[in-house]
Design a protein. Structure first.
Length: 393
């Protein structure tokens, strides 16, 4: 059986005039695909009508079984187009020149963008009206439709990527003995009742493209940097929030649904307590957190308390070593002074005399005398035990 389609549609512009364009279809798989594309384009824009049973030149051919044709299109819409569009289509059998045709009225849908189920919510599956034609939508056009339908809240918008897996998330839920099936995902708002993933689902999926960048430095600046940890969040604070609000414990979640998931996973304890806990933790410390906020970023710097303690320990050890060195130097100088006074009175000194004078061991005494010789203070005469030391005048 052959039949024909005559389109009478409202274009995707804001024009009020009705534009007529005519195309010939056969009710085959190819024709169904073409009709599907037109229905999606109308539903994504300002609606329109398809007349089935009219020739390309406007001649009414008619349909032998209009009810069967309407049912075929209805089944196709239900099975091949997402989200569900059936409530926005109306079928009517008309008679022209004694022949029957089917008029399919398509309203602008409320859950745009609509797309071919097999191709997903991607440009190759989404159509819009452009002039007299139905064309593939661009990424920006799809995002704009999502924004108009779902609002500005990122995590609640439908994800452009609908081919998601959750192996990593599954392990985290299993680790905490929490069920993680389709019902739980719907409760967490990762997926809707029609099986369409939200951006929250994307954020928790294995396909998430968003990352947290971490850099480790080994000093106190951004070339070498180990005395603190810095957190920077782009876009600044949630609109309406001020830095003073955060300091008194006021909390507003930017991504409420994501926070709910973290709460269920016991990764966060409660809302609004983090800043107060940080301030309390540093209460007795010399170094304090630094918090900076601009229109485009929020930054918090947490000093490394362990680093501070380590530095204090090293400084204390160095002071002790310096003190010990000073004491040794002073003691050595005193011993050298005693030897010099002895030589001035007796003209010379032997190692044995020096041992008795200083009360030190033979090796220590010899080391002192050797140093005084090396420093040019004394002259050594003779060898071994018979050696004598005099002033180097």
């Amino acid at each position: 059986m052959s039949c024909w389609v005559r389109q009478l549609c409202y274009c995707c512009t804001n024009q009020n005039s009705i534009v007529e364009s005519r195309q010939k279809y056969r009710i085959t798989e190819i024709v169904v695909n073409d009709i599907r594309k037109e229905i999606i384009a109308f539903a994504n824009c300002n609606g329109g009508k398809l007349y089935i049973g009219v020739q390309d030149d406007g001649t009414v051919v008619g349909l032998d079984d209009p009810d069967s044709v309407a049912l075929q299109i209805s089944n196709m819409v239900r099975d091949a187009i997402k989200p569900d569009l059936t409530m926005f289509l109306h079928y009517e059998t008309l008679e022209e020149d004694g022949k029957k045709v089917v008029a399919v009225s398509i309203q602008r849908g409320t859950e745009r963008p609509y797309y071919i189920a097999k191709k997903g919510l991607r440009p190759e599956g989404v159509y819009v009206r452009q002039g007299y034609s139905s064309v593939l939508a661009t990424d920006s056009a799809i995002r704009q439709m999502i924004k108009e339908t779902d609002g500005d809240h990122f995590e609640e918008m439908r994800s452009l990527n609908q081919e998601l897996t959750f192996e990593a998330a599954q392990k985290e839920f299993e680790l905490r003995d929490i069920e993680f099936g389709s019902q739980q995902m719907q409760t967490l708002k990762m997926i809707d009742k029609e099986g369409i993933y939200s951006n929250l689902g994307l954020l928790l999926s294995d396909q998430c493209v968003h990352t947290i960048k971490v850099a480790v430095f080994q000093g106190k600046d951004q070339e070498v940097f180990k005395d603190r940890i810095e957190f920077v969040s782009v876009e600044g604070l949630v609109p309406g929030m001020e830095l003073e609000d955060i300091m008194v414990g006021l909390s507003v979640c930017r991504n409420q649904n994501l926070a709910n998931v973290f709460y269920r996973l016991k990764l966060i304890e409660a809302y609004g307590t983090g800043m107060r806990k940080i301030i309390k933790a540093y209460k007795t410390q010399e170094a304090q957190p630094v918090i900076e906020s601009t229109k485009n970023a929020f930054k918090i710097i947490l000093p490394n308390i362990n680093m501070e303690s380590e530095e204090k320990k090293i400084l204390s050890e160095q002071i002790t070593l310096n003190k010990q060195l000073e004491e040794k130097t002073e003691k050595l100088q005193n011993r050298e002074s005693e030897i010099l006074e002895y030589i001035k009175m007796n003209g010379e000194i032997t190692r044995g005399d020096a041992e008795e004078l200083l009360g030190t061991s033979a090796s220590t005494t010899l080391r002192i005398l050797k140093k005084m010789v090396e420093d040019g203070i004394l002259l050594k005469q003779g060898k071994a035990r018979n050696a004598k030391y005099i002033l180097n005048s």
